[in-house]
Design a protein around this ligand. Structure first.
Ligand SMILES: *[C@@H]1O[C@H](CO)[C@@H](O)[C@H](O)[C@H]1NC(C)=O
Length: 377
């Protein structure tokens, strides 16, 4: 695997790898494997990404819920409550810090996990957190909805949290409310993203295509008054482009950059609905949300692909962008930390005092036990 990671990074333009701390007996990696994977990411200049939830605890939690007769969607959250996410997040941060590897925590869903990331960042660690529109726009109380289908449509991993103050809390971190001009603090949470569900029936996930999400993103972020348009562009585009080494080709409007541009009408409104969205699913978790700000024109690499409700795209228009390792935006600090944070031995004269030799007593059989006891006392 290590060799393949190297080939992917050096020859195939892949500079990030995602590890799962959840999904026991399927994808889950344990601490020693995380350590090895993060070490290799560091070696080849990649970014380590994690799905941070404690897979062992989820497996036990699921058994517990079944024993209690809880088989509905509420059991999804109850079997993997936010402490399970926060614990794994702290563990990932600790392992990444031990090998000085940049860490990117995907879909931060809870206040406690977000706090772990914010604390690590204030501590100077090279860690990035990414909430998704779902966790900023709605909460996990829907799992207790009487209608099974409604509740089930909110199932995602990690789950939305029933604490109704979660969306606002995550939003405040994302909006960098704690930063002031005089005392610059790094962004607490850097990137807003989406995770699209591409599987049918009851697999976890939510319908969140970027095109559909942007109006809900603007509604949740800018119209709430917590972000200006510069910050909005940073968290939805520029920060990601920098972390994944696509900048300045992506994430910037400039001569020489790809012309990927969305033109907005900030005054126009649109109501999100499963009846009108462009996704092959019959449910939308933001159903009925009125969004202020609607895209008028979308340009992809210089070509108008959407205008006035009409798409002009063909399969294959999308292009893979090969990415180079050692993104300067993150690896500059990693290298600096290597130089300044590596421990060195204390220089001292060798010990010249008395050395006691421990003697074993009694029979051959209890000799080790006796030594241990003696050494202990
Ligand atoms: C759609 O795109 C094609 C290929 O880029 C272009 O030739 C055509 O003029 C476009 N059609 C419209 C209606 O803009």
């Amino acid at each position: 695997v290590k060799e393949e990671m190297k080939i992917l990074t050096q020859d195939k333009g892949v500079n990030s790898f995602k590890m799962f701390m959840a999904y026991k007996d399927l994808y889950m990696v344990r601490d020693a494997e995380l350590y090895a994977a993060f070490s290799q990411c560091k070696e080849i200049g990649a970014v380590a990404q994690v799905h941070a939830e404690n897979g062992d605890l989820i497996a036990e939690g699921a058994k517990k819920m079944l024993a209690l007769g809880i088989t509905g969607p509420e059991g999804h959250e109850l079997s993997r409550p936010e402490a399970v996410e926060a614990e794994a997040t702290l563990r990932a941060v600790t392992v990444a810090s031990a090998v000085n590897c940049p860490l990117y925590v995907v879909h931060v869903m809870s206040k406690s996990a977000a706090k772990v990331i914010a604390d690590a960042r204030r501590d100077g660690k090279v860690v990035y957190g990414e909430p998704i529109a779902a966790s900023l726009g709605t909460d996990g109380t829907h799992y207790w909805h009487k209608d099974w289908s409604h509740a089930a449509h909110h199932v995602m991993g990690p789950p939305l949290r029933p604490d109704p103050s979660t969306p606002n809390f995550l939003m405040n971190l994302l909006a960098k409310l704690f930063t002031s001009q005089s005392s610059p603090v790094p962004d607490d949470i850097s990137i807003l993203s989406q995770s699209h569900s591409s599987v049918r029936h009851s697999m976890p996930g939510w319908p969140g295509l970027v095109l559909e999400d942007l109006p809900s993103f603007t509604e949740i972020t800018m119209h709430s008054g917590k972000m200006d348009e510069n910050r909005f562009v940073a968290v939805t585009s520029t920060n990601a482009a920098k972390i994944f080494n696509l900048y300045p080709r992506k994430g910037r409007i400039a001569v020489g950059s790809d012309a990927d541009i969305v033109i907005w009408d900030p005054k126009a409104t649109r109501t999100i609905s499963a009846k009108t969205h462009h996704q092959a699913v019959n449910f939308n978790i933001f159903e009925g949300m009125i969004c202020h700000g609607v895209p008028l024109v979308t340009i992809s690499r210089g070509k108008v692909v959407y205008e006035a409700g009409v798409f002009n795209v063909t399969a294959g228009d999308g292009k893979f962008v090969p990415r180079k390792p050692f993104a300067e935006y993150i690896y500059k600090r990693i290298k600096q930390r290597d130089q300044t944070c590596t421990p060195t031995p204390v220089e001292r004269r060798p010990y010249r005092g008395e050395v006691i030799t421990l003697k074993s007593r009694g029979t051959e059989d209890d000799s080790t036990a006796g030594t241990r006891k003696q050494a202990h006392s």
